[in-house]
Ligand binder design. Structure first.
Ligand SMILES: NC(=O)NCCC[C@H](N)C(=O)O
Length: 410
């Protein structure tokens, strides 16, 4: 395995992006139907071939700017070349109580005989009842033809959410929605067993309180904002803060309450950094967004844990600037009327992926937001997202930065 890659880790949102993990949309999207798309967290049935074209163009833009693109499924297939990893993955996929002994036995055989690449497909696209040839077991007979024996993972596309790097450490997250829970079985497997990540310190984990990567913004080295809403719980934010303080990854965590609605499912649907001191913020909520500044004290509670200091809420941008040690965190004034702002926020206009300070990838469709970003001196790398966007995620959601240059050197 080549070691010729940038050191893993990230300490900001905007340090030059060196390595990113993406997931190219695949057969898991073909599982979506008008009857299951809500449960599977898609707003429409994507045209898969076009989604792949759009995604390939996204990846090409990144590569053209010297970003190494890792694909989740390639890492997974390489990981599954190891027998112990395979066994673990198969055990987890068949752990549920819905299968019954006959079906589980059949699937153990099917998955056990699969090549690493085939196993990756089974684990990501799932297995539907009409695809098994398991004889006339009771379970297969009673389930509908389109019931899943192994659930598909169409939201793998949004690699942002199932893991997040904080400095040299990777947090395996704990996803809140049932349709996404299995995703972290795969990221955990990759980070714990793929040779490229050998020795990488990990934190958090799927068994802990809910935290999703889309809620975690690395505002500056040592300063992390965590959205608390539909996906990340207050307890999840506290757990993440405690781990970051204990491991010296952060001195300040800003807990930012966000509305528990689909349109604002993660903090990064509302705001993203596009420079060391500039943020694009959804104007309809900009004035009401607040943060509780959380820091560690030297006091120790009776149970041995550090006592955290939780400040009264302050306007988010004010609290953020203080924690970042800058005079002002400038909100890029998109100047949009509330209706245009709402339309473009829904289409992930605020969900940008910074490639470096003042360079950000954005969906091309959000004309007005993009124009205002350019007025503010940001280079906007436009990508198509008509099909990709049907899962309600933009360029930031679709990318997990594995390596960014430390901010101090950019
Ligand atoms: N960070 C993000 O906002 N990710 C987008 C996730 C979209 C996905 N369909 C979901 O509902 O979880």
């Amino acid at each position: 395995m080549s070691e010729q890659h940038a050191p893993h880790g990230a300490d900001s949102e905007v340090g030059r992006l060196r390595t990113v993990m993406l997931h190219r949309p695949g057969p898991e999207l073909k599982r979506l139907t008008p009857r299951n798309n809500d449960k599977l967290l898609f707003d429409a049935i994507p045209w898969v071939a076009r989604a792949q074209e759009e995604h390939d163009a996204f990846a090409a833009e990144l590569r053209s700017r010297d970003v190494e693109v890792l694909y989740l499924t390639e890492l997974l297939t390489e990981t599954l070349a190891d027998d112990a990893a395979r066994e673990h993955a198969i055990g987890e996929a068949l752990r549920g109580l819905d299968l019954g002994d006959t079906m589980r036995g059949y699937l153990e055989g099917l998955l056990g005989d699969a090549s690493p690449a085939e196993l990756t497909t089974y684990l990501t696209a799932g297995i539907r009842n009409d695809e098994v040839r398991g004889g006339f077991g009771l379970v297969t007979s009673l389930l509908a033809y389109d019931d899943f024996l192994i659930d598909p993972l169409p939201n793998l596309l949004f690699t942002r959410d199932s893991s997040v790097w904080v400095r040299d450490r990777v947090a395996i997250t704990s996803l809140a929605m049932p349709a996404r829970k299995r995703e972290t079985e795969l990221t955990e497997l990759i980070y714990s067993r793929h040779p490229r990540f050998a020795g990488t310190p990990r934190m958090h984990g799927a068994h802990l309180e809910h935290v999703e990567g889309g809620d975690v913004l690395l505002l500056a080295p040592g300063v992390i904002a965590v959205g608390v809403g539909e996906r990340t719980t207050p307890a999840g934010a506290e757990r993440l803060a405690r781990q970051c303080f204990a491991d010296g990854l952060a001195h300040t965590v800003l807990a930012v309450p966000i509305a528990q609605e689909r349109a604002t499912m993660h903090l990064d649907t509302i705001c993203t950094l596009v420079d060391v001191d500039k943020m694009v913020v959804y104007p309809n909520v900009a004035d009401s967004l607040v943060a509780h500044t959380v820091t560690r004290t030297d006091d120790v509670a009776d149970d041995g844990t550090a006592v955290l200091h939780v400040a009264a809420p302050e306007p988010f941008l004010v609290a953020a600037a203080k924690a970042m040690g800058i005079d002002t965190l400038r909100q890029i004034d998109t100047g949009l009327d509330p209706v245009t702002a709402e339309r473009e926020q829904w289409d992930d206009g605020n969900n940008t992926l910074a490639l470096a300070p003042r360079v950000a990838v954005a969906y091309e469709r959000n004309d007005e937001t993009n124009a205002r970003l350019e007025d503010a001196g940001i280079e906007v790398v436009r990508i198509a997202g008509s099909e990709l966007g049907s899962g309600r995620g933009g360029p930031r959601c679709m990318s997990c930065p594995v390596s960014r240059e430390p901010l101090t050197t950019t």
